[in-house]
Design a protein around this ligand. Structure first.
Ligand SMILES: [Zn+2]
Length: 469
């Protein structure tokens, strides 16, 4: 018999008779006698394998010691592996036993049924494999397997609990000791509640993750790993706007807090650059200069980018124009006439002296954070503080006080050189994961998912790279 038919063009064809389809014997004890096709609720085609269970069971004995009798023979349907884009399921009857003496009942054991789910063990394992690869979102896994989003979530949660918890809820202790830790808070799904994570700054692995952003998170972490483990930790990177470092210092006085580049720039952008821009816009509106006020509105990105980034973007844009339009002069001319991002940046600075000061401070911060010598870094930081004070601007004076009260932890960066990349990487992973969505909201699952993702290499643009671990 010819199973591959030319007219089908390589596609699986459903013929009148699907009796020739026999499923692999991994379904131990299941005898397939006929096969039909059905349309599922989601509108997909599914092979339905009808059969019987080989019920050669030993005598079923009740807890009370009495021999149980077959009372009923109810039908059951288990979802099974998909065949290409077609789904499949097995349908059979199983025995229900009842005890003649105490009345207790019991269902026949099915060796190939995944416990807790109406699916076969094969489909359960296949779903876990897909999830473990880490390339597919839960929605994609649901589509491939034909399972509901919440079933996929349950299977994934169970997989992660087995990997990263001791008894389903208590996180495993760190695999190895850490020299540098990083602590940061992030917003949960609804944007009101916060959670905190503690990472190993060298591996990027999340070691602890919990609800809230209070000192208690730190106390709980220290209790989790133990004081002996904490002895190996030399420094902790954190935001200046938190009291996490105090909690660490209380319990482990040997630990040096370090205020990293990522957070200091974030504070500067959010609390100074943004506010100065808003003030300036208000002033222009008050003076009736609507056109300048409007042009300032779109400058937030330009002001917050470093000059290097703008230069790179301009270079990319120019090169792209030449590539896409060949050597046509029109393309490049057009670009130059409009002006690049860096040119626009300089225009903005010329318009406003205060913006120029912000630019200067940003460059000084980058320079200060490149120092490997605490004395040199202190000179740079003191210089930044002087510039802030000289400006007389309220937001810059706030920034100067922030630096002053965290001075030691800032210049400690020259010694510990904690890279900002790891914190940024984790923050980006959190954002990506939060966007994806999966079944009903479940913080515990979200935390485990982050725990898992932090142990995989961060890929900025997964579409253009091969997935590697
Ligand atoms: Zn009994």
């Amino acid at each position: 018999m010819d199973y591959i038919r030319k007219e089908a063009d390589g596609q699986l064809v459903i013929t009148q008779s699907t009796d020739f389809l026999k499923i692999p014997s991994c379904l131990y004890g299941f005898m397939n006698h006929s096969t039909t096709t059905e349309i599922t609720k989601s509108g997909r085609t599914a092979f339905c394998f009808h059969g019987v269970l080989d019920a050669s069971e030993e005598a079923i004995i009740c807890h009370c010691g009495c021999k149980m009798h077959v009372n009923n023979h109810p039908g059951i349907l288990l979802r099974h592996l998909p065949f290409g884009s077609y789904l499949s399921q097995v349908k059979f009857n199983r025995n229900q036993y009842v005890c003649p003496s105490c009345g207790k009942s019991k269902m026949q054991f099915i060796s190939f049924k995944a416990s807790g789910h109406r699916i076969t063990e094969e489909l359960y394992q296949y779903t876990r494999d897909l999830l473990a690869i880490g390339t597919y979102t839960n929605k994609e896994v649901a589509e491939i397997t034909g399972l509901g989003k919440n079933t996929v979530k349950d299977i994934d949660k169970q997989r992660l609990q087995e990997l990263y918890t001791i008894d389903g809820s208590k996180l495993i202790r760190p695999e190895k000791t850490a020299k540098f830790l990083g602590i940061d808070e992030f917003k949960l799904h609804n944007g009101y509640k916060y959670a905190t994570h503690i990472i190993d700054m060298e591996t990027g692995h999340i070691l602890w993750i919990a609800n809230g952003k209070k000192k208690q998170v730190v106390y709980d972490f220290i209790e989790h790993v133990g004081l002996k483990w904490m002895d190996n930790v030399e420094a902790i990177a954190c935001d200046m706007n938190s009291d996490f470092q105090e909690a660490f210092e209380e319990k482990c006085p040997h630990i040096q807090p370090v205020f990293d580049y990522f957070h200091i720039v974030k504070n500067f952008n959010d609390k100074v650059v943004s506010e100065v821009r808003k003030d300036e816009q208000r002033r222009l509106i008050m003076e009736g200069d609507m056109e300048s006020a409007r042009s300032l509105k779109k400058t937030r990105y330009i002001l917050m980018s470093s000059r290097k980034t703008l230069q790179r973007k301009d270079k990319d844009a120019t090169e792209q124009k030449i590539v896409s339009k060949g050597s046509s002069l029109f393309g490049t001319e057009n670009y130059i006439r409009k002006g690049g991002l860096e040119e626009r940046y300089d225009d903005l600075l010329n318009q406003n002296k205060l913006l120029f000061t912000l630019d200067l401070i940003k460059e000084k911060l980058t320079l200060a954070y490149s120092r490997k010598d605490e004395a040199k870094m202190s000179e740079d930081i003191i210089d930044i503080m002087d510039t802030c004070r000289a400006s007389g601007n309220a937001h810059l004076l706030w920034f100067e006080r922030l630096i002053d009260t965290h001075f030691e932890g800032i210049i400690a960066h020259a010694t510990y050189d904690i890279s900002a990349g790891k914190i940024e990487g984790i923050n980006n992973k959190i954002k990506t994961l939060r966007r994806q969505g999966y079944g009903y909201p479940d913080d515990e699952y979200f935390f485990l998912k982050l725990f898992d993702i932090s142990r995989k290499t961060y890929i900025r643009n997964p579409l253009s790279h091969n997935i590697c671990d």
